[in-house]
Write a protein that binds this ligand. Sequence first.
Ligand SMILES: *Cc1c(COP(=O)(O)O)cnc(C)c1O
Length: 219
Amino acid sequence: MGLTDITTRIAKAAKDADRDPSHITLIAVSKVQPNERVEAILKEDHRSFGENRVQEAAGKWPAFREAYDGVDLHLIGPLQSNKARQAFELFDVIHTLDRPKLANTFARLAQEMGHCPPLFIQVNTGEEPQKAGIDPADTDAFVQECRALDLPIHGLMCIPPVDETPSLHFALLHKLANRNGLSQLSMGMSDDFEQAIAFGATHIRVGSALFGERVPPAE
Ligand SMILES: *Cc1c(COP(=O)(O)O)cnc(C)c1O
């Protein structure tokens, strides 16, 4: 698959759902991909990318930003509080606000640094014990809490359980976002982004379908 194929599939899924494809951001998930592959996509004029580790992003994105204007970098992996400052410096958008402690850290940093990137709250839609995120039942209260801290909450994000129908999770995330007045939804990956678009995704996170299998393989 290449960028053109993915873009075509996005356009088709948007059309089927009666949606404007320009309202859907393709985040090219470049984690663990060799720099040549990332650069190839940059050369095709794509600018939105996702990384799941602060350290890895710090190693490759400052140079890419020097070479290419308008890079839009999204953090899509779990964030330790002690790396929050670095994440604020490196990323344009953070998709993984997943706990109250991190919200407090963000609020403090926002004060101190005078800016805060747009944020998505990660919801653990499958209520999986090993997975990060706010439980669906706690989401309304957490959105309130973040707003009270003046954090720029733009939307919700989820990673559905691998063994369940993703659509159920996309529908749940959509509903939670709607009732909290949030318009952006970060959901859908290589295997299910078309379904995510049908349920209102505004940000899809696509790695392997775009770049090929990750080397070394994903965890
Ligand atoms: C790796 C990753 C993706 C991309 O996964 P693919 O299946 O390769 O498209 C999307 N979202 C998150 C949070 C990821 O960690």
